[in-house]
Design a protein around this ligand. Sequence first.
Ligand SMILES: [Zn+2]
Length: 331
Amino acid sequence: MIGLMKIFDAHCDVLSKLLENPELDFVHGSGLDVTLERMLASGIAVQNFAVYLPERYSGDFRYVLESIDLFHERILREPQMRFIRTKTDLRLSSAENRIGALLSLEGVDSLHGSLALLRILHRLGLTSVGITWNRANWAADGVLEPRKGGFTAAGLELIRECNRLGLIMDVSHLAEKGFWELIEASRKPVIASHSNASAISPRMRNLTDAQIRALIASDGVIGITFVPPFVSEEEPVAMDKILLHIEHICALGGKRHIGFGSDFDGIRQWLVGLEHAGKYDRLVNLLLSHYREEDVKSFVFGNWHRFYMEHLPDEIPATVQDAEDGITLGS
Ligand SMILES: [Zn+2]
């Protein structure tokens, strides 16, 4: 990876594609935007893998566990990858020159209000939780729910439990009312793993200036996403339109709060010039032609890295650790 700038990407849907089609080849296959080969080629150093269940799986927790199994069997089994559950894991992924893999949940539908299931996922190494996808669930309303509601009583308990466990909460897809309730209720910073500025492209899933300011004030990070309609209303959308979102968020005081969350493998249209994870280094070059190297480093890696170094747990929950010790002794 010599010569490449390190990249930290906060959202992709590889696991969802693998769940639908286990035949896909994560190492160098077609049919995936994010493959091991492409990540190595473009300098991706940390990638967050979301567990997202397509709607026809109707929030069945079995498929959340099967997605986590795919994460282990198909992604973490590659020796170039390292599972990141703690600050130490993140530090070691860099030191060992391996690609760090974070695990997140996109939408809590499958937990059906059970904080026990949340804790089980936490023990399995989950580090962040997207409250909703576009629809409503038991915790809160997503952006496409017509009533545009906020959190339920059970959803407020979810916030408290996430805070207690140190699970990072993610507002991408959450309806605006819930956004403000979360900002109010959470004792910890919140993130938007894959959302843009609505002042630049006024799509419902993008963030208003007030929301961006609130995320900055909470010391969270906003992952600028590559979903073309969220980048620009024109068609097709060139990669350089991303610069408008960066400029805008910087103008709101967010220079230290900008990251990227591609949404690769969750999209069916791509930015021209940024069609898959192997082209991420082209975005780096584009940024380098507009910003100082130091700023580019923080946009593509440093801001997310700083956030996670601060908010990842120091240790993994005891039950998981004990199990791992057993594996170490036995092997
Ligand atoms: Zn999403």
